[in-house]
Each structure stands twice: as structure tokens, then as C-alpha cells.
Design a protein around this ligand. Structure first.
Ligand SMILES: Cc1cc2nc3c(=O)[nH]c(=O)nc-3n(C[C@H](O)[C@H](O)[C@H](O)COP(=O)(O)O)c2cc1C
Length: 311
């Protein structure tokens, strides 16, 4: 029996459900030495900004129980160099490419999107709204209904109607469903859930923050229950709104949890640092999990946790 492993995130059709997570695989070139990147659902590139950036002060990583904290910041070459080098490479390689964008203000998001609108290699845009709004006291766009809406609406206006848009949400909010429905109303075709959880580590010798940026984003298995909960709540409120789920996925069983909670596709991030073949391995393991349980398609499993009646 062969399982139908294809999936879609609204207008974005994928032949397989596992993608890389933004910021954890650059533009996929390094991973291509470990597995054929055209065999996974796609590559989500590191969030790109308009201008080149060198990121936040060092140290930028701290190990934590079952996870890691990073304060890399949005380091990168700027959109023009990205299009010329990374996107050109991905296009030649034939990988399904989701380009993640991040701006300091609404207008920068719109300009980034218009630079990508007619590029044939862009399968979808992931709008990283989990970054600070410089124009509004550095408050994270994704933590406020108004600014999340403004960014997504501006990006929607800057691309063609058939360009799939995913809004990447932060879990650091009181009501993630409220933000998800706002970005949907503003024109997002789906949501990427979740970005890292804001955290901090104090050095026990110096009694000072470990990270140069003081706070950082927590990722890895430590955040998985938070991520699964967010996916579940969004799917419960809007079962037909596509979700790209992520947060601490290490293996096929972890991946299956997200699918059952309501995700139609998945991103694998932190696990890639320890095992560069993780996205491919997780995808293969997920297929075996689905097959061994007797399902004929991935879509049958999406949101199945909501259908379980408890006695
Ligand atoms: C080192 C590092 C860099 C990241 N950079 C980005 C980024 O540029 N844009 C973004 O949207 N998310 C970024 N993320 C968040 C991941 O894409 C993902 O949402 C999060 O880490 C949870 O998944 P994971 O536990 O599998 O890593 C980054 C995560 C890490 C660990």
C-alpha cells in the first residue's frame, strides 16, 4: 500500500509534508550534502531583510534543558544579494522554496514582498512577524492584532493574488487564536506556528545574563507542548485554515503529534543542528508512522486529535 503523502498549505501544494525551519538551514545548500533537498516538502530560508545585517552581540547561543536559547538576530546579506545568490541556487537545484521575510516596519515588509512577487523560484512567502516593530517601541508585530494585520495586509497588496502567504506567529501572546484569525482576515493563506519562546539564562558564576542580547528565543523539545497546544487551538477555532507546525520536532512520532493536532505540514529546526539529515529522516519516519497505523493518506490524520471522543 502506498500512502498519499502530498499536502497543501492553502494555495501552496507540496509533494511531501516536511520542510526546514527558517534560520536553521540557511538556504539549504549545506544540507544538500547530507540528503537530496528536493525530496522533502521544501526549504524555508532564513528570514531576509532589506539590507545586510550582522546580527546581535555574542554570545548568541546557550544550551538549556531539552532545548537551546539563541539571540542570533536577523543576520543576513540583504534581499538583493539573497535573490542573486541563494534564490538562484535554490532555483537551479529545483527545491520548493518558501522565502521568509522580516522588516523593521510595515513598509519594509511590503518592499521585500514586491521584490519577490514575480520571481519564479518563490513557491510561497513566510512573513516573520515575530520580530520587533522599530516604529512602535520595538514591540513584536505578532504580539499585537493591529500591527500583525497591517504587515500581512501590506504584503498581500504587494504580491499577486495567487502568491501563497504564511504568517509566522509568536507563542508569546495571551490568545494565539485571535492573532491567527486577524492575519487570516488580512490575507494570509495559513500560519506557521510557532516561532521561538522568549527566554533568558543567567550565568551562575557571574550572575549576569549569558546571552549578549540578554534575552533569546527558546527552541527544541522543551517548547514542543507549547507548540502542539497552539496548533491545536488554532485548528479547533478554524479547522479549514492551514497550519505549518513546528517546535521541537525530532522524529516521526513528534511530527505525528503536530499532524494530529491540526498541522498540514511541518518544519524541522533545532534538530537539524545535531543531525543535518533530520528533515529527511523525520519525513521518512512520519511516513512509516502513518503507514503502520493503516492510514491511506496524510490528510486523513490532519486534526484527528479533535475527533477523539473521550469516555
Ligand atoms: C538559531 C535559530 C535561528 C532562527 N532564525 C529564525 C529566522 O530567521 N526566522 C524565523 O522565522 N524563525 C527563526 N527561528 C525559529 C525557527 O524557525 C522555529 O520556529 C523554532 O526554532 C521552533 O522550531 P524548532 O524547535 O524545531 O527549532 C530560528 C531558530 C533558531 C534555533
Amino acid at each position: 500500500m502506498s500512502v498519499d503523502f502530498s499536502t497543501n498549505l492553502g494555495k501552496l501544494k507540496l509533494s511531501a509534508p516536511v520542510l526546514t525551519a527558517s534560520g536553521c538551514a540557511a538556504a539549504g545548500k549545506e544540507l544538500d550534502q547530507f540528503f537530496d533537498i528536493t525530496k522533502i516538502g521544501g526549504i524555508v530560508t532564513k528570514s531576509i531583510m532589506l539590507e545586510a545585517r550582522s546580527g546581535r552581540p555574542t554570545p548568541r547561543m546557550a544550551e538549556t534543558p531539552s532545548g537551546m536559547l539563541n539571540s542570533i538576530g536577523l543576520q543576513g546579506p540583504g534581499i538583493d544579494t539573497f535573490i542573486e545568490k541563494d534564490l538562484a541556487w535554490l532555483q537551479e537545484r529545483g527545491a520548493t522554496t518558501v522565502v521568509s521575510i522580516a522588516g523593521n516596519n510595515v513598509e519594509e515588509f511590503a518592499r521585500l514582498a514586491s521584490k519577490l512577487r514575480d520571481h519564479p523560484a518563490v513557491a510561497a512567502i513566510e512573513i516573520n512577524i515575530s520580530c520587533p516593530n522599530v516604529a512602535n517601541r520595538g514591540l513584536v508585530f505578532a504580539c499585537n492584532v493591529g500591527s500583525a494585520t497591517d504587515v500581512v495586509a501590506a504584503v498581500r497588496r504587494s504580491v499577486t493574488a495567487d502568491m501563497p502567504l504564511l504568517a509566522k506567529l509568536s507563542p508569546d501572546v495571551t490568545d494565539i487564536v485571535e492573532i491567527a484569525s486577524a492575519v487570516r482576515a488580512a490575507g494570509a493563506d495559513g500560519v506557521s506556528v510557532i516561532n521561538t519562546v522568549l527566554g533568558m539564562v543567567i550565568d551562575q558564576k557571574t550572575l549576569r545574563p549569558v546571552l549578549g542580547g540578554r534575552t533569546g528565543g527558546l527552541s527544541g523539545p522543551a517548547i514542543r507542548p507549547v507548540a502542539v497546544r497552539c496548533v491545536y487551538q488554532i485548528h479547533a477555532a478554524m479547522p479549514d485554515f492551514p497550519i505549518l507546525g513546528m517546535g521541537g520536532i525530532r522524529n516521526g512520532k513528534d511530527a505525528l503529534e503536530f499532524i494530529a493536532a491540526g498541522a498540514s505540514a511541518l518544519s524541522v529546526g533545532t534538530a537539524t543542528f545535531g543531525d543535518p539529515s533530520a528533515p529527511m529522516r523525520v519525513q521518512d519516519e512520519l511516513l512509516s508512522e502513518i503507514e503502520s497505523r493503516g492510514f491511506e493518506s496524510l490528510s486523513e490524520v490532519v486534526g484527528i486529535a479533535h475527533k477523539v471522543e473521550r469516555s
